[in-house]
Design a protein. Structure first.
Length: 365
């Protein structure tokens, strides 16, 4: 990096939507840029770190609980204590720069870095800025964003915005899926519920697929689910006499991306951007309880671009079969969607990050 030697600490945690971009960024900085990198995560996120070569530091993190005065006081004290622990960690690790990947797990490290004079950068991959990033933005060096259309940022901080694109997994960024036309209009469904899975997908989708079989709509199924749902789904699909594969949440879904030609998915930004880059048309079903309803905002944006169909969860049973039947009758809908997806690419995201880091570190030194 222009012969600049630096140590970077990446603050992440929580769900896969925060952690997978952090992992991709860390591996790029270590393997390509030859930098020293460590990560932090809360207890929730530790299960996603399977690479034993990465240096992971567990941190304490919590949200503000306003249910009653006692929980509010306790949560505020916990946050205060977590910042003290973060200061101690930063003094020990001595990073030159901190990356905050969004979510409350990154909050203590970023605040601590500001208090002791270490610059930090934020990353926001949703269409509406998350609460933690919004609170941290005034103290940050910059905020790297995935979309020009990001909302929720005050005009006085917009000078900090740098669009880099979506940080997506390198083993996925150059994949290309099979196509609906090549598969003779046979649906090869990829069902993705995100790192938290989607209980409703396991409960509602099987009967919709049964209806497809009854209407002579050919299909295969690759469905992600919770371990507790596997037995039911396998038994159901086996009785339908269709080809299927049940799998659990993983950091590598490239095999299933290559096999599938259509997806049904939650609306986390990382997952949607990976589907678009692999050119897989999809139906986006936002998680209704997502913070600030950010998944719905993501899905609306992608639908307006023509990259996907959008169904709200409350309308799942009513609308999903209608869309599948409509595509079955007119395969050109898929062709149009793929053509629009081809106009979007995040392949330059790592080059954009490299350039921004060079500028930031040159300013520092």
């Amino acid at each position: 990096m222009n012969k600049i030697t630096t140590k970077i600490l990446i603050a992440t945690g929580g769900t896969g939507g925060h952690i997978f971009p952090a992992l991709s960024l860390a591996k790029h900085l270590i393997n390509i840029k030859k930098l020293e990198v460590e990560l932090t995560s809360d207890a929730r996120g530790l299960k996603y770190f399977k690479d034993k070569d990465l240096k992971i530091n567990k941190v304490l993190a919590t949200t503000i609980d306003k249910k009653n005065i006692f929980k509010l006081i306790f949560s505020m004290l916990t946050i205060f204590y977590s910042i003290i622990l973060a200061i101690i960690l930063l003094y020990k690790k001595k990073p030159s720069l901190v990356f905050g990947m969004g979510g409350y797990s990154s909050f203590p490290i970023c605040i601590a870095s500001k208090l002791i004079g270490i610059p930090f950068i934020l990353y926001e991959n949703n269409l509406h800025i998350g609460k933690a990033n919004k609170y941290l933005l005034p103290f940050s060096k910059k905020i790297f964003v995935s979309f020009d259309e990001l909302s929720g940022i005050s005009d006085k901080y917009k000078y900090k915005i740098n669009k880099i694109g979506n940080i997506i997994r390198k083993n996925i960024i150059n994949l290309k899926s099979t196509s609906f036309k090549k598969d003779n209009n046979k649906f090869k469904f990829l069902i993705l519920g995100g790192s938290q899975a989607a209980k409703v997908f396991a409960e509602k989708l099987p009967n919709i697929f049964k209806k497809c079989i009854e209407r002579k709509i050919p299909l295969e199924i690759y469905q992600q689910c919770l371990p507790s749902q596997s037995e039911f789904l396998e038994s159901f699909y086996k009785n339908l006499k269709i080809d299927y594969k049940i799998f659990h949440f993983s950091d590598d879904i490239s095999e299933y991306l290559l096999r599938s030609n259509f997806a049904i998915t939650r609306s986390g930004s990382s997952m949607l951007s990976e589907l678009v880059n692999v050119r897989i048309p999809f139906i986006s079903i936002p998680l209704p309880s997502s913070a600030d309803n950010h998944q719905l905002k993501n899905a609306v944006f992608y639908e307006k671009k023509g990259f996907c169909f959008l169904i709200e969860e409350k309308n799942l049973e009513k609308d999903l079969f209608k869309i599948i039947e409509k595509i079955h009758e007119d395969g050109s809908l898929i062709d149009t969607m793929v053509d629009k997806q081809r106009q979007h690419s995040d392949k330059s995201v790592y080059e954009n990050i490299d350039q921004q880091l060079i500028e930031i570190m040159n300013e520092k030194y």
